[in-house]
Design a binder for this molecule. Structure first.
Ligand code: MD3
Ligand code: FE
Length: 220
């Protein structure tokens, strides 16, 4: 029988997801957010009803291919004057929607599973990808406290995560991120260059032709 080996693999659906080291300080929790997926996506809908997705402009004047919104005390924004975290949504003129409780809980649990106790993010950037959308290699360094990790949650269509070294010139490694995968980026991995390859077309049962990525951040 061909499938004996596969049958022998652990398949207990209640088993805690394995924490797989990706690089020093970076831990992948495959499927960690799968159960919470529908609740998280519902909350994304509520956040984006208050602060709609928009394509920000880089300081260089380029329109970003990713559509973004935020929730929590502060949100990441970019315009001709630069990048910053802002307590006010520049489009609505009001504070960002509050961080939904399922967001807060998932970020906290994932950070704890990766060895970061008591993670309290004050910002969550929400990225929306459609087929063809990409995110070019960058570092996330607008946060004041670089000792805190960033927790990222992938929902919907799978993507190819590009992972550079600490220098932009280091060629990127590729990692597949699928629905429900959570990655905790801390320590030596906090300042790596990273991006997302152009999203392949597809149809996901929960999001259709979209990929949603949540990144939880402690910005101060
Ligand atoms: C490694 N988002 O929002 S998530 C971003 O899928 C961002 O939308 C990508 O890069 C996305 O800034 C990638 C994985 C990720 C997020 C933040 C990181 C990896 C990171 C910060 C530091 C190091
Ligand atoms: Fe990033």
């Amino acid at each position: 029988m061909t499938f004996d080996l596969f049958d022998a693999l652990p398949t207990d659906p209640d088993a805690a997801p394995a924490a797989e080291p990706l690089a020093p300080g970076a831990v992948v929790l495959r499927g960690f957010a799968r159960e919470a997926g529908p609740a998280l996506l519902g909350a994304v809908g509520e956040v984006s009803a208050g602060s709609p997705f928009r394509h920000l402009v880089t300081p260089g004047g380029l329109r970003m291919s990713v559509a973004m919104t935020n929730c929590g005390e502060r949100g990441w924004v970019s315009d001709r004057t630069g990048y910053r975290y802002d307590g006010v949504d520049p489009d609505s003129g009001r504070p960002w929607p509050p961080m939904p409780e399922p967001f807060r809980q998932l970020a906290r649990d994932a950070a704890a599973a990766a060895g970061y106790a008591d993670f309290r993010p004050d910002a969550c950037l929400i990225n929306r990808y459609l087929p063809g959308t990409r995110l070019s290699l960058h570092q996330d360094r607008d946060e004041l406290d670089l000792r805190a990790p960033i927790v990222s949650v992938s929902l919907g269509l799978p993507a190819t995560f590009l992972w550079g070294g600490l220098r932009r010139a280091d060629g990127p490694a590729r990692v597949r991120l699928a629905h429900g995968d959570v990655v905790v980026w801390g320590g030596p991995s906090r300042l790596v260059f990273h991006g997302i390859a152009p999203l392949a077309a597809g149809d996901h049962p929960l999001t259709g032709a979209e990929r949603i990525n949540l990144t939880f951040r402690k910005t101060r």
